[in-house]
Structure formats: C-alpha cells, structure tokens
Design a protein around this ligand. Structure first.
Ligand code: G3I
Length: 303
C-alpha cells in the first residue's frame, strides 16, 4: 500500500502517531495525519494533570477533540496514560494512603469510563521502574507500596473490559536490569491472573541510546509470556540514510514478531517534536517525507 497505516493494516497492525490537540487546526498537519496514520495517541491531553486538575473535577475537552477527530475517520486511539509519576497535579502528592488509593481508583474509573469502548489500548501504568530495576520512588510507590501496579490493572479491567491494558516504559527496549524487572512483573502477573495484555516499548532512540542489538530478542521474550508488544513512542535522532536504516530496522523488528501489533511514532513532524532542535520523526518541518519515511513504508510492504 502507499501509506503507513494502510501498509501496516495489510499484516493486521496499526501505524500511529502522537497528536497534539492544539495542532488540529493546522491544515498541513491534519492532511498528513489523516493520510498516513491509523492510530493516534494524545501526546499530553490524557495525562492526569490535563484531565483532573482538581480532585474529582474532570476536563475532557482537549482529549475529546483528538478522539472525535480520530473516530470521525474510523481510527482508534491509544490511551496515554492513567498512572504516572509525572504530569501529576499537585493535589495528588498531598494525599495520604487511603485518599491516594481512592483518587487513583476514581481517576481510572472516570477516565476509562468516559471513553469506554473507544480506546484500543491503554497505558495503565507508565514508567514505574528505575534503570537498575528497582521501583521508582513515586507518590504511588511511597503510599500504596508494590501492589499499586496490580491494583491499577485490576481496576482498569473492570472500568473498560474492551481495552488492552498495557505497561509502558522507556530504556526497556533491550535486555537490561530495567527490562528484566518489567519482565519479572509481567511473568508474575500472568502466573497469578492479574490482567495485563500488552507491554509498550517507548523506543526513544539517539546516539547515547541507540536501537539495541537485542531489540528483537527482548520484545520476543515478552511476547512469549503471552502479551502483545507495541512500539509506543518511537523517535530516532539523526538524519538521512543512517536515520532511515534505524527506522527500517525497528519496523522490521515489529514485523518479525507476530504479537507486535503496532508502531506509534512520537509526533507527525520534526517541527513539533518534544526533542528540542531535534529531527527524530518521519516528516520534516515542512511536512516533506524524509528518507526515514520511505524506509518505513518499504519495510511495511516487505521491501
Ligand atoms: O501546556 C503548557 C502551556 O500552557 C505552557 O505555557 C507551556 C510552558 O512551558 O507548557 C505547556 O505544557 C508543556 C506540555 O508538554 C504541552 O506542550 C510542558 O511544559 C511540557 O513539559 C510537556 O512536555 C511533554 C512531556 O511528555 C512531559 O513529560 C511532551 O510534550 C511529551 O512529548 C512528553 O511525552 C513523554 C511521554 O508522555 C512519556 N514518555 C516520554 C515522552 C517524552 O518525554
């Protein structure tokens, strides 16, 4: 096929992008979005600070704009993210154990309930581990202890039984202490029947953190536990042929794993990447297709 989304769909996969609600009025942005991507992830609009800035009072409008735009053209949405230490409103950090537990459960219920049946996959918990494999010292970890991740996944299953429930993290793309810790958690969840359906590998790559040589083996070992794997926030610093080759290799990695169900790049255009002055995406600042775009398209089409 001639677009990323349609090409990925030929093997039952999706090809998505992060989207910012405040770019949806820009015609070039929307043209590329609509032409190329058959999944979207709100880049910031479904985070806790955006959705529940004050306890119990929810502001869905910006995220709704993205969901409505996507659904209007028959595209499904990745939800990002329910329980994360970052982009948390200040009031959450001040809660005691009982209040934090009820606030977390209520947040999951209200947010997943609002879009029930409209989100193909949710990042239920994001970035809960440190590089050395220990738990990140977040408010959730401090007040609720190790069980908070399991609690969140159980609550999420009840709140939207149709969504795939994912654990999502960065620097877990290769085999290392952090990915080993996530692997052990998923293995434990599967053995005890804790609901988890997928693991998201953010895949933010640059010179300091290149595409790992054991990327495929790592994703494959997670898939072998009985979960889907998804590449959730892909971007690769660089330009030209080197960047294109890295994008080709990431795409081929997903295609080689039957349970790798989709790839999301972390933005439409270099112009709006979260990396300052970076050029890590598939379209340049003028929405021209880069060599990396062609490499991904050809890989999706088996070339
Ligand atoms: O909305 C405010 C605006 O009102 C204010 O004037 C402006 C001034 O700084 O800030 C705006 O908020 C910014 C927000 O993006 C929306 O543009 C925040 O400062 C900025 O910190 C925030 O950055 C986001 C970052 O997550 C925050 O952690 C990036 O856009 C987003 O791409 C990035 O995405 C994360 C994933 O969620 C998780 N994995 C890593 C990934 C990259 O860091």
């Amino acid at each position: 096929a001639t677009t990323l989304g349609a090409s990925a769909a030929e093997s039952g996969r999706y090809f998505g992008t992060a989207v910012a609600a405040n770019r949806l009025g820009e015609s070039d942005y929307v043209s590329v979005l609509n032409a190329e991507f058959n999944s979207v992830t709100p880049e910031n609009e479904m985070k806790w600070d955006a959705l529940e800035p004050n306890r119990g009072s929810f502001t869905f409008a910006n995220a709704d704009r993205i969901v409505t735009q996507a659904r209007g053209r028959g595209v499904s949405v990745r939800g990002h993210t329910l329980v994360w230490h970052s982009q948390l409103p200040g009031w959450v950090g001040g809660l005691d154990t009982n209040n934090l537990r009820s606030a977390m459960n209520n947040h999951i219920d209200e947010v997943m309930g609002h879009w029930r049946g409209q989100i193909h996959s949710w990042d239920v918990v994001n970035e809960a581990f440190e590089e050395n494999g220990t738990r990140r010292n977040s408010a959730f970890q401090q007040r609720l202890g190790n069980g908070y991740i399991e609690e969140a996944f159980r609550r999420a299953r009840a709140a939207d039984p149709n969504a795939k429930l994912c654990y999502n993290d960065y620097n877990t793309d290769g085999q290392n202490a952090k990915s080993n810790a996530v692997y052990a958690m998923v293995q434990d969840f599967k053995s005890r029947g804790v609901p988890i359906d997928c693991v998201g590998f953010q895949s933010h790559f640059n010179a300091q953190s290149p595409v790992p040589s054991d990327y495929r083996a790592n994703l494959q070992r997670f898939a072998a536990l009985g979960v889907d794997v998804q590449i959730t926030e892909l971007d690769i610093e660089g330009s030209g042929t080197a960047q294109a080759n890295n994008y080709r290799s990431v795409t081929e990695t997903c295609l080689a794993i039957s349970r790798c169900t989709g790839i999301t790049v972390w933005g439409v255009t270099d112009k709006y990447s979260w990396r300052p002055n970076g050029t890590p995406l598939l379209f340049d600042g003028n929405y021209n297709k880069k060599p990396a775009y062609t490499a991904v398209l050809n890989a999706l089409n088996g070339g």
